[in-house]
Design a protein around this ligand. Structure first.
Ligand SMILES: *Cc1c(COP(=O)(O)O)cnc(C)c1O
Length: 460
């Protein structure tokens, strides 16, 4: 035991090992010493527990790996072959080249973020997106904040604190990740009045609930589920008319917030922002990184009179958007104004991709896998809390016959363990890879991954 302790090398001896030579030259000395000490401490604990002392080479290697692991970014790109285009866990919308270029430029140096170049005086960061949003949606005013949850929180706090907001029971929903509309409303200090039943709410339900403390009727787009069967909800135009008769506003949480007509792509209709504004909602709220296809943001459009109150509220500062995402959002919005959204914005390119092209790519993927995969019919989900039940036809590359669960799990893990991880989806013990949620520019990476997987199979 005593002699086993004596086998543990000293700090200097570990530092002098040739395996650490590249680090000794480049890495801060005191940090490296600290890591070696920590490692040696673990060694002593292990020996005290009756284990054998590790060889010097093992100790040096462990320190080296620890430094390398620390230097590898935790957050890194992956290939999304899941077939969910706006995948919240995979970062939602991928950005256009123009958007990333704009973000890169602004990130590198100073900018006129809140500086009016004309007058030389302080300006507002909102001017960089407000006119684009007004032009696109027809709204009198626009405000961009951190994300849609904070947009809704700001709107309700600034306008409905200690007042009542009426919501249909069928819309008092949880969006995902624990974001519940009723909780956000409570947080804002607004009193939520739920009306109707889970499946049916009528105009008269709202009307009966209107009282002296009511400030708004709220619509929440049930973006991640669909009620089927015997259901009834009050359409937004009827809600606006009803609110108008009682001098109230309509707050419209659109969720995804879409500028294009999804039915033209064979999808279910998604509420369009322009339409809500044209119908006369007081405020519309939506995300920047769902169907808009831009960076994370919460976008509010609507009446100037209301927006001015939001702007002045202290919470507006607490949930403000940063300059980098503001630049990316402006570049993304410009694609819509230039009529090039479906050719430039990745999420829309995926939605608009012809099935023929998908089929060809799936064929090449399957070929790269040798005889180990088939091409089958499937469906791509738009995701991101938009288009509940809205899917697009696709062709999937299917690995496995549904009988060997562990093979499919191992294959999926192998693809995820790559330097650029590939994430697919597993259904009925078959690994499915969807080319629609992968950009054609990423096909080279994908083919390399599949070829290497195929030779792994051949070796096994
Ligand atoms: C996604 C969603 C939100 C939350 O938006 P974030 O940008 O993720 O904060 C709020 N409301 C609805 C209806 C949504 O679909």
């Amino acid at each position: 035991m005593e002699s086993e302790f004596r086998k543990i090398p000293g700090v200097d001896k570990v530092l002098a090992d040739k395996r650490l030579a590249p680090l000794v030259k480049t890495y801060p000395h005191d940090r490296l010493v600290k890591l070696v000490r920590q490692r040696l401490e673990q060694e002593r604990t292990a020996v005290a527990a009756g284990k054998k002392a590790s060889a010097l080479s093992k100790i040096a290697e462990a320190v080296y790996s620890q430094v390398k692991a620390m230097e590898t970014p935790g957050l890194r790109p992956v290939i999304n072959a899941t077939g969910v285009i706006l995948h919240t866990n995979l970062g939602r919308a991928p950005l256009s080249q123009e958007a990333t270029a704009a973000m890169d430029t602004v990130a590198r140096g100073y900018s006129n973020l809140e500086f009016n170049l004309d007058s030389g005086a302080r300006g507002s960061r909102q001017v960089h997106v407000e006119s684009l949003l007004r032009e696109l949606t027809g709204a009198e005013a626009a405000l961009v904040v951190n994300n849609n949850a904070s947009a809704v929180l700001l709107g309700l706090t600034a306008l409905a604190k200690r007042s009542e907001v009426i919501v249909s029971r069928g819309q008092a929903v949880e969006i995902g990740g624990g974001f519940r509309i009723p909780d956000v409303m409570r947080q804002s200090g607004a009193r939520l009045v739920e009306v109707g039943t889970t499946n049916c709410t009528y105009s008269s339900d709202y009307e009966q609930a209107i009282g002296p403390r009511t400030v708004a009727l709220m619509r929440v787009h049930s973006s991640n589920f669909r009620l089927m069967g015997f259901t009834s909800e009050v359409e937004i135009e009827e809600l606006v008319a009803l609110a108008g008769r009682h001098s109230l506003f309509v707050f419209d949480d659109l969720g995804s917030g879409c500028f294009l007509d999804t039915t033209e792509f064979g999808l279910a209709p998604e509420p369009m922002v322009q339409r809500s504004i044209a119908l006369g909602v007081g405020l519309g709220f939506f995300s920047g990184d769902k169907l808009v296809g831009g960076p994370q943001a919460g976008i509010i459009v609507g009446r100037k009179q209301l927006m001015d109150k939001l702007r002045k509220h202290p919470l507006a500062r607490a949930v403000r958007i940063d300059k980098v995402r503001l630049a990316g959002l402006a570049a993304t919005l410009l694609h819509y104004l230039k009529g090039e959204a479906t050719s430039k914005i990745p999420a829309w390119r995926m939605i608009a991709a012809p099935l023929n092209d998908i089929e060809k790519r799936a064929g090449k993927w399957a070929e790269a896998l040798g005889g180990r995969a088939r091409v089958v019919d499937g469906e791509t989900m738009v995701g991101g809390g938009s288009l509940p039940g809205g899917t697009l036809p696709t062709r999937l590359v299917a690995i496995g016959d549904g009988k060997d669960r562990s093979l499919v799990q191992r294959t999926a893990r192998k693809l995820r363990a790559r330097e650029i991880p590939v994430v697919g989806r597993i259904a009925d013990d078959i690994l499915l890879l969807d080319p629609r949620s992968v950009l054609p520019e990423e096909d080279e990476i994908m083919l390399k991954a599949l070829r290497e997987l195929s030779s792994d199979f051949n070796r096994a």
